[in-house]
Design a protein around this ligand. Structure first.
Ligand code: GLN
Length: 409
C-alpha cells in the first residue's frame, strides 16, 4: 500500500540511565503489511501544516443538543457501570424499532441485535466470530481500510473485485467467476466509502441470488444510510431470502455527527448473532453505558431530524462539488455518504499520494489518496477523496485556496 510517510520504522525510548535506545517496532505477522491508517496520517499532517482538513471524515460541527443532554443525564442518573454485554435493553429496543421503520423487518431486540463499540467493532466481531482461517471473503475495492486488516487478523483469504469510475458499477460476470466453493462471505458497503456509490436494487438482487445459490453470507456496512441523496437506501437484509444470511451493521456516528462516541451495532438472525456475540464478548465485552442510553434517545428522533440532516448535507455537497468543478477537477457523481471522489490528473502530479502531498504543503488543503483503499494501489492512483462533513465556511475556504493555488497542467 502507498503511504504518505513511513513512520513505522523504529521508536526511541529513554532507558533508566537516560541513554536513548532504538527499538525496531514489533508487530505480529497478521498485521505486518499494514501501516498507520491513512486517516491518522492525514489528520496529523493537516495539523502540522495548518491545512484545511477535508480528509478524515469527521464533522467539524457538534452533534444535536438533545442527544448530548441525554448522555449527561444518563451519567448523572448513575448509568455508569458495565452495560449488559449485548447492549443496554433500551438501546436494543430502539435499534430494532429503527430497523423496522427503515426496512420493514421485525427483529427480536434481545436475540438479533448486538451493540458494539462503533461499526468498526461490529465488523471485527462479525468477521472474527463467523470467518475461519482460509475462508474466502469477497470485497469490492476501493474498500474501507479496516476490512482487509480485520480479515487478515481472522486469517481469511481476501478476494477483491474492483469498482471502476465513472459509475463504480458492480462487474457481475467477474463476481460470478470470483465466487468459489470456499467463499464464505461478501462484504458490501452502501452508501460506499470512498466513492459515494450506492448499490442499486438490480445489483443487490444479482448479488443476493448468487449468495443464495452458493450459500454465501453477506456482511453489510450501512453507516451512511441516512446520507442517501440520489436514491433510496436499500438494505440487503430486506431482499427476499436474504435476512437469514445477512449481518447488517450500522452506527450512531455519521447520522448524529458524534463520530467520537463509537456506538455501533450488528443485526443478524440468531444463528449468526451467536458468532458475532462470541467475538464481541471477548473483544470489548460491553460498550459505554451512558452513551448507549443517549443513543436510544437519538434513534427515536422525529423524522424531521433526518430530513434536516439530509438537507444540510445537500447544501454542503453542492458547495464542495461546484467548487471542485470550478477548480478544474473531474468530479465523479456521489449518490450518498459525505464523500466525493475526483480525478486529480488535470493538475499533472504523478499519482494520488504525490497530489495529496502537494495539496497539503503548497495549497493548504487535505484530501485522502484513494490508492490506500485498493488491494492493487495502482487502481486508485488517479483518484482522491474529499469530504464535505465540514461547516460551509470551511468548505468555501478550501475551495478558495484551491482556486488560487492549483494550476491545470
Ligand atoms: N470513516 C472515516 C473516513 O473514512 C475515518 C475513520 C478513521 O479515522 N479510521 O474518513
Amino acid at each position: 500500500m502507498s503511504t504518505v510517510s513511513t513512520e513505522n520504522a523504529a521508536v526511541t525510548t529513554q532507558n533508566e540511565s537516560t541513554q536513548k535506545t532504538h527499538h525496531p517496532v514489533q508487530v505480529a505477522k497478521r498485521l505486518e503489511k499494514f501501516k498507520t491508517t491513512i486517516f491518522t496520517q492525514m489528520s496529523s499532517l493537516a495539523i502540522k501544516h495548518g491545512a484545511i482538513n477535508l480528509g478524515q471524515g469527521f464533522p467539524n460541527f457538534d452533534g444535536p443538543e438533545f442527544v448530548k443532554e441525554a448522555a449527561i443525564q444518563a451519567i448523572k442518573d448513575g448509568k455508569n457501570q458495565y452495560a449488559r454485554g449485548v447492549g443496554v435493553p433500551e438501546l436494543n429496543n430502539a435499534i430494532s424499532e429503527r430497523f423496522k421503520k427503515d426496512t420493514g423487518l421485525l427483529v427480536d431486540p434481545d436475540k438479533e441485535v448486538t451493540v458494539t463499540s462503533g461499526c468498526t467493532e461490529a465488523i471485527a466481531a462479525t468477521i472474527l466470530g463467523l470467518i475461519n482461517p482460509g475462508d474466502e471473503v469477497i470485497l469490492f475495492s476501493p474498500f474501507y481500510d479496516s476490512y482487509e486488516a480485520t480479515l487478515s487478523m481472522a486469517g481469511a483469504n481476501v478476494k477483491c473485485i474492483t469498482l471502476r469510475p465513472p459509475d463504480f458499477a458492480v462487474p457481475i460476470n467477474e463476481l460470478k467467476h470470483t465466487i468459489s466453493k470456499n467463499t464464505r462471505a461478501i462484504l458490501i458497503n452502501t452508501p460506499h466509502n470512498p466513492t459515494g456509490k450506492m448499490f442499486t436494487r438490480e445489483e443487490l438482487n444479482v448479488i443476493a441470488s448468487l449468495c443464495i445459490e452458493n450459500d454465501v453470507l453477506v456482511f453489510t456496512d450501512e453507516v451512511y444510510d441516512k446520507l442517501a441523496f440520489e436514491m433510496d437506501h436499500i438494505s440487503m437484509a430486506s431482499l427476499p431470502g436474504m435476512y437469514e444470511r445477512t449481518v447488517t451493521m450500522n452506527s450512531l456516528g455519521k447520522t448524529f455527527s458524534l463520530t467520537g462516541w463509537k456506538i455501533g451495532w450488528a443485526i443478524a438472525p440468531p444463528h449468526l448473532t451467536w458468532g458475532v456475540r462470541q467475538a464481541h464478548s471477548f473483544l470489548t465485552f460491553a460498550t459505554s453505558t451512558p452513551m448507549q442510553w443517549a443513543t436510544s434517545v437519538a434513534l427515536r428522533a422525529p423524522d424531521s431530524y433526518f430530513v434536516e440532516l439530509k438537507r444540510d448535507y445537500l447544501e454542503k455537497k453542492a458547495i464542495l462539488v461546484d467548487g471542485l468543478k470550478a477548480v478544474g477537477f473531474k468530479v465523479f457523481p456521489s449518490s450518498g455518504t459525505y464523500f466525493v471522489v475526483v480525478d486529480h490528473t488535470p493538475f499533472g502530479l504523478e499519482n494520488d499520494v504525490a497530489f495529496c502531498e502537494y495539496l497539503i504543503k503548497e495549497v493548504g488543503v487535505v484530501a485522502i489518496p484513494t490508492s490506500v483503499f485498493y488491494l492493487n494501489p495502482e487502481d486508485g492512483k488517479n483518484l482522491v477523496r474529499f469530504t464535505f462533513c465540514k461547516d460551509e465556511g470551511t468548505l468555501k475556504a478550501a475551495v478558495e485556496r484551491m482556486k488560487e493555488k492549483l494550476v491545470r497542467k
